[in-house]
Design a protein around this ligand. Structure first.
Ligand SMILES: Nc1ncnc2c1ncn2[C@@H]1O[C@H](COP(=O)(O)OP(=O)(O)O)[C@@H](O)[C@H]1O
Ligand SMILES: CC(=O)N[C@@H](CCC(=O)OP(=O)(O)O)C(=O)O
Length: 282
């Protein structure tokens, strides 16, 4: 427990940030790997409720890749990934919908409500939020986003809700699509003209040497990304994540950051302190 003097210092440091972000939209992407530890998940939900209570308009977009893989394994279905995207046949799409829009979405909404927040669960199908088309015939029901309709998100925010979004898309022919949660979160942040986009993952941020946590790159200029990928500094799961951050910047979000979901209260440290955490994109 911190003493009174320390608490006063924390509050005075936080105050300018509270005023800066009050009434502003903040999109937080919460990745499946960062969701695995139940205790950490509870802390993340408490932080989200705290930001919302401070007057920030928080939108939580969640993934759930590991949970989808676990459920597919239970029904003896193997997952195949191409460039980080899950090849999605009809049966897999059913599981993706059940896990993302069902189990995980409801569990996050419940935890936010229990933490004192007012959360509402939405999928990309609800109120026609995420319209999509097939990305590549080889990937089956993996969607590429054609349109983001922000109306229901803005209405929910106006009513004081924390929208919790699972990234299922739809088309005009009645098909549902599996959409990578990083991609959808960045597009939603752009469409909402968000003040800040935070991608939570299970690593410190972008590292110069991915096996050495002391090599955190605190800032990356989007013009450097191609070169970093070419040099092999950024690869694997970090490639699509960095591409999404670039996309969010390109769509006008000024404040874009990747942070470590394993660090307790990393969201609060990022939003409310001078220090910040993770990798900031410019
Ligand atoms: N330069 C890098 N810095 C940090 N991580 C990297 C880098 N290059 C590749 N990676 C890999 O990317 C992974 C993060 O992506 P991923 O696991 O898909 O995240 P999430 O599940 O949160 O969407 C890291 O665990 C790491 O193995
Ligand atoms: C097309 C595609 O790959 N969709 C992802 C959707 C979930 C997701 O993106 O979850 P994370 O944020 O935990 O990775 C999947 O099926 O795993």
């Amino acid at each position: 427990m911190v003493n009174l003097e320390e608490r006063a210092k924390i509050l005075s440091e936080a105050l300018p940030y509270i005023l800066k972000y009050k009434d502003k939209i903040m999109v937080i992407k919460y990745g499946g790997n960062a969701m695995v530890d139940e205790n950490l998940k509870r802390l993340v939900m408490e932080d989200v409720v705290m930001l919302s209570s401070l007057g920030m308009k928080v939108v939580l977009v969640h993934g759930g890749g590991p949970e989808i893989s676990a459920m597919l394994k239970k029904i003896n279905k193997q997952s195949e990934f191409v460039n980080g995207l899950r090849v999605t046949d009809g049966e897999t799409m059913d599981v993706v919908t059940q896990v993302l829009a069902g189990k995980l979405n409801k569990s996050l909404v419940n935890q936010l409500n229990l933490a004192g927040g007012k959360a509402i669960g939405l999928s990309g199908v609800d109120a026609g939020m995420i319209e999509a088309l097939p990305k590549d015939p080889k990937l089956g029901y993996v969607g590429t986003i054609t349109e983001i309709n922000t109306e229901v998100i803005l209405d929910a925010l106006t009513l004081g809700y924390i929208p919790v979004i699972s990234t299922i898309g739809f088309d005009q022919n009645g098909n549902l699509y599996n959409i990578n949660a990083d991609t959808a979160a960045a597009r939603i942040a752009g469409a909402l003209d968000a003040e800040k986009f935070i991608a939570m993952t299970d690593i410190k941020g972008v590292l110069k040497d991915k096996d050495d946590p002391t090599t955190l790159m605190q800032t990356i200029n989007v013009s450097e990304i191609k070169q970093l990928a070419k040099q092999g500094i950024i690869d694997g799961g970090m490639l699509p994540k960095v591409a999404c951050c670039e996309e969010a910047i390109r769509r006008g979000v000024n404040n874009v950051v990747i942070i470590d979901g394993r660090v307790p209260h990393s969201i609060l440290i990022e939003v409310l302190t001078d220090e910040g955490v993770g990798t900031q994109f410019k």
